[in-house]
Structures are given as structure tokens and as C-alpha cells.
Design a protein around this ligand. Sequence first.
Ligand SMILES: CC(C)(COP(=O)(O)OP(=O)(O)OC[C@H]1O[C@@H](n2cnc3c(N)ncnc32)[C@H](O)[C@@H]1OP(=O)(O)O)[C@@H](O)C(=O)NCCC(=O)NCCS
Length: 167
Amino acid sequence: MEKQLITNRLSIIGMDALVANTTHLQQIIDLYRSFYSQTFRVSPDIFHSTILTTPKTQWMLAIVDTFNGMVVGIVNANIEYSFLYNCQSICNVTDFIVHEEYRRQKVGTWILEHLEHYARRHSCRILRFISARPSELFTPFFTHHEYTIVQPSIAERYLGNSGSFSV
Ligand SMILES: CC(C)(COP(=O)(O)OP(=O)(O)OC[C@H]1O[C@@H](n2cnc3c(N)ncnc32)[C@H](O)[C@@H]1OP(=O)(O)O)[C@@H](O)C(=O)NCCC(=O)NCCS
């Protein structure tokens, strides 16, 4: 059966709502495990307390299919100030996973667009994705979106702004 695009059903759940929903917390952990396998050992309790203490520069969220309430994607983004980039901010995304059953339906693209908007809103000069696990899916996805593949597990896009840049 041909897959249908489901992006009109997607909704972003932020940190506050995440900690209040144990089902979502467990689904997020399952999603991490599906990609990182059993090496991902974080329990719901640790996840819960970590989210509660994350700084405001971190944007951790889940993407939920409102049709069935299922977590279909996760993102963990951090904004940091970089001396290398003239003391301007860059946005590093360390976790970006779409549920296997939801891939190739533009969910990743939908999330990427939101991340770019978020990074621009926070005046970030660069949006950078760093994968802790080599994945054959990394390059095709980011190449499709015209990102620069800096290394096999690092892709970035220059978002631009008015400041000067020298390294
Ligand atoms: C990378 C990932 C987030 C992409 O999510 P997705 O929802 O499947 O991506 P999209 O459906 O938006 O794909 C957009 C385009 O990227 C390219 N692409 C995505 N997956 C691809 C694949 N498996 N093979 C070839 N091209 C692919 C295609 O050009 C696709 O457009 P098309 O389907 O019209 O051909 C997902 O594969 C994933 O979770 N991978 C495991 C985790 C990971 O590697 N994360 C990377 C950053 S840390």
C-alpha cells in the first residue's frame, strides 16, 4: 500500500508537556533505543529529571502524530555561542530521529523546517546536525536538503546574518 503524507497530522510537544506524560516519555526512550539499540540505557526517571533541569538554551521536543498520539520523531537542539564564529550563536542538533514506520513521508523534512525556523529566530549563524551513530540515512537526507556534509556524521547549513566572519 502506498504511504500517505501525514505532516498535516503532526504536532510538536515541548519539554513541559513531555515531563507530564509518561506514555510519551516511554515512547521517546523506545525511539532512542530503536536507533542506538541497547546501548541507550536511560530510564524514564532519569529522562524525566534531566528534562526538568535542562537549560533554556536547549530545545528538546517530541513530534507526535495527533491521529494516534504516537511519538514519531524526536529532536534535541542546543544553542551555543561560538568564538570561532565571531561570538555568534550556532544551533547544534545531536538527536534527530524519525520513527522507522514514519520515514520517507516527509516527517524529517517537516522537523527540519521547524528547526531552521527556530535557529533563525534565535539568530543562529549555523544549523548543524551531529549524529553519534553512523547511519546510511544521514547523507541522502541532508544532501537532498542541500546541507554541506562536513563529515559522514556532520551536516550543516549556513543560515547567514549581518555579522562579519573570519577564522
Ligand atoms: C534521516 C531521517 C531523520 C530522515 O527522516 P524522513 O522523515 O525519512 O525524511 P523525509 O521523508 O523528509 O526525506 C526527505 C528526502 O530525503 C531523502 N531521503 C530520506 N531518507 C532516504 C533514504 N533512506 N534513502 C535515500 N534518500 C532518502 C530523499 O530525497 C527524501 O525525499 P523523497 O522521499 O521525496 O525521495 C530518518 O531517516 C532517520 O530518523 N534516520 C535515523 C536517524 C538519523 O540518521 N538521524 C540523522 C541526524 S542525527
